[in-house]
Design a protein around this ligand. Structure first.
Ligand SMILES: Cc1cc2nc3c(=O)[nH]c(=O)nc-3n(C[C@H](O)[C@H](O)[C@H](O)COP(=O)(O)OP(=O)(O)OC[C@H]3O[C@@H](n4cnc5c(N)ncnc54)[C@H](O)[C@@H]3O)c2cc1C
Length: 289
């Protein structure tokens, strides 16, 4: 398949990119890694009149730590996140999540920001962003810079709160300090496929009790699903294998997954029961996962 004809623009800086977008936002698309957009164009599911390639825009790549936050710039490739030496629970979660994204060529080209902007409910980065209440920084020529909370950012399948004239510039995540562990577990039919169900979790355990609990599931709703029931089950309780099982049951009961060719709702609930304990880890040892 070949895409319909389009104009290709390669701005040299962010202001130029924003100016091109501002001229005709509804018919222009940002090109980042191209790993989702190009296949969609080849299938003619997307027919933008113009591609704005931001790959030569300086300052849009890298991972920076400052003041208890970690800022991931939009063009940071999946592979760079897989290879980051960021310490602690966040570093561990980023490396593990990245290792689940597609295959090596996809991880080499595809970007963190492109994944979030694409907004697939099973995408590892969408789950991590929602799990950690990430803050998305977006820019436009008309309105300058604004920040969107992850809870508002993911609106529906392939739909975010960004306007068509906006570029996602960077994403801020909490560093997950002392006492935190975090993990991801997922099931896909073939290595490299999008997960049928994915589970992410982050918990802080202090003096044997859970003082922060975050659970986010993929593949059970149109957008990443924070399980309030699982989080309530965990919070304030002694950290134990029984607690982990109870949290997984709460999440499976609360979720209302779709049925489709990849699996029905009951199957997806069973996957939640199996995967969430793996994402939460083994309380007895607090071992890395
Ligand atoms: C075979 C295959 C398997 C895959 N498996 C997985 C998987 O298991 N998990 C997973 O998460 N992903 C998977 N992917 C998708 C991959 O992660 C993509 O890299 C990602 O979805 C999009 O990132 P990209 O940089 O390639 O964005 P692009 O394809 O360039 O863009 C995607 C969309 O986001 C918009 N966009 C991109 N950057 C910005 C920005 N900075 N601001 C505003 N809008 C922007 C584009 O206009 C477009 O609409 C897979 C892809 C393939 C081809």
């Amino acid at each position: 398949m070949k895409p319909s004809p389009f104009e290709y623009v390669r701005p040299g800086n962010l202001e130029e990119a924003l100016a091109v977008l501002a001229r005709d936002p509804d018919d222009s698309k940002i090109l980042a890694g191209g790993q989702s957009l190009v296949p969609m164009m080849n299938f003619r599911l997307a027919r933008p009149a113009r591609l704005v390639d931001i790959n030569r825009v300086p300052g849009l790549s890298g991972i920076q730590e400052a003041g208890g936050r970690v800022v991931v710039s939009t063009l940071t490739r999946h592979l760079a996140l897989q290879e980051t030496d960021l310490p602690g629970a966040l570093g561990h979660l980023l490396r593990r999540a990245a290792s689940h994204v597609g295959h090596l060529p996809i991880r080499t080209r595809g970007t963190f920001g492109g994944s979030l902007a694409h907004c697939d409910a099973a995408s590892e980065w969408c789950l991590v962003a929602r799990l950690l209440d990430a803050e998305m920084t977006v820019r436009s020529q008309a309105r300058g810079t604004r920040t969107i909370a992850a809870a508002d950012f993911f609106q529906a399948v392939f739909t975010t709160a960004m306007e068509p004239d906006e570029i996602l510039v960077s994403v801020s995540l909490p560093a997950l300090g002392e006492g935190y562990t975090a993990g991801i577990a997922e099931f896909a039919r073939r290595a490299g496929d999008f997960a049928i169900v994915a589970a992410t979790a982050a918990v802080r355990v202090e003096d044997g009790s859970v003082t922060d609990a975050r659970v986010c599931l993929g593949g059970v709703a149109e957008v990443p699903f924070r399980s309030a029931a699982a989080e309530r089950t965990l919070l304030g309780q002694p950290w134990s294998p029984e607690l982990v099982t109870a949290a997984a049951e709460a999440a499976a009961t609360e979720a209302d997954p779709p049925s489709d060719a990849h699996g029905d709702a009951a199957y997806r609930r069973d996957l939640v029961r199996a995967l969430l304990p793996r994402a939460l880890g083994r309380p007895a040892t607090g071992a890395a996962r």
